[in-house]
Design a protein around this ligand. Structure first.
Ligand code: ZN
Length: 315
């Protein structure tokens, strides 16, 4: 892996430290696909350990799964990671997005089921819980994955490009054959709390016509109007309506942030995505890390946080 040590005075500084949770956070909820009640505890972890899941219900095989792009084993309906013993955990993307947005570098996620609870379908409940306990800095510099050259996966109709930039930003376009979801774009710099304010509350969504098909396949058993925006024709079925006029594209940005946090560190780069999903989000990381000249592991520069407040968060 390409590395570069930080050198003050050339635009990088060493002041930013890795973070973890101040205290363990217990949490319970329903798995979106299994419908089962899941208990989870987010625990502090030491520096340079990253985000790791521990399946507490697994006793006969290795229960540890590292939250990293090369552990992704399924991306059909959600992002699923698994270890070499076949132990899996799925629907990790909304939790991963919350950890990314709250800048948690290291944590152990203890969970007694193969699926992270869906909560309200967004990252907001996880962000709330993390904010309740707070974070602590660890005695190690925060690292980032600096994109050194553009990497593209997919094509113009459905794909994603990761390009060099001073900060992490996502420019996302959706285009659904639905009068409600429809065509929408969002360009957002994900620094200085933008994730909390603009993205974290956006819920997952689905179409009523797909719900019965998924249930017949034994999927989406925990899905309800409490955790999914359900669209039927030209209507949103949830009584409270939408949290943002463009909640759908915001949720796709949320998924993208969560999936890309499987890089193992925050990305310094610009994402331009068209109708991308969990598969292409993972594919771009595999392509990036397959090319040693495309990235470098650097100490997170303070400049990555420096100028977002002055710019509009959304376009
Ligand atoms: Zn999602």
């Amino acid at each position: 892996m390409a590395t570069r040590t930080q050198s003050p005075g050339i635009g990088y500084r060493s002041g930013l430290r890795q973070k973890t949770l101040k205290q363990p956070i217990p949490c319970r909820g329903v798995g979106l696909h299994s419908g089962a009640v899941v208990s989870m505890v987010l625990r502090p972890a030491a520096a340079d350990r990253g985000i790791r899941f521990l399946r507490t219900d697994v006793t006969d095989r290795d229960p540890w799964i590292t939250a990293r792009y090369d552990q992704v084993v399924d991306t059909q309906l959600c992002t699923v990671i698994g270890n070499s013993d076949g132990v899996r955990v799925g629907t990790i993307e909304h939790l991963m997005a919350a950890l990314a947005g709250c800048e948690i570098d290291n944590a152990i996620i203890e969970i007694d089921a193969p699926e992270v609870p869906v909560m309200d379908g967004s990252s907001e409940p996880f962000v709330f819980l993390i904010d309740c306990v707070g974070t602590v800095e660890l005695d190690a510099p925060r690292r980032a994955i600096e994109v050194r050259k553009p990497i593209t996966v997919g094509d113009a109709a459905r794909g994603l490009t990761l390009a060099p930039a001073d900060a992490f930003s996502v420019d996302f376009e959706i285009d659904f054959a639905s009068p409600v979801v429809s065509h929408s774009t969002l360009d957002v710099r994900l620094v200085n709390g933008t994730f909390r304010r603009e993205i974290a509350k956006a819920r997952t969504f689905g179409f009523l016509k797909d719900a019965e098909r998924l249930r017949a396949m034994g999927l989406a058993l925990g899905g309800s109007l409490d955790n999914t925006v359900v669209v039927d024709g030209d209507r949103v079925l949830n009584e409270e309506g939408l949290r943002f006029d463009d909640e759908f594209v915001r949720h796709k940005v949320l998924d993208c942030v969560g999936d890309l946090y499987l890089a193992g560190a925050p990305i310094l780069g610009r994402v331009t995505a068209t109708r991308s999903g969990h598969h292409t989000n993972n594919e771009v990381l595999r392509a990036l890390f397959a090319d040693p000249t495309a990235y470098a592991v650097v100490e997170m520069p303070e400049t990555a946080y420096a100028y977002a407040e002055a710019l509009p968060a959304t376009a």
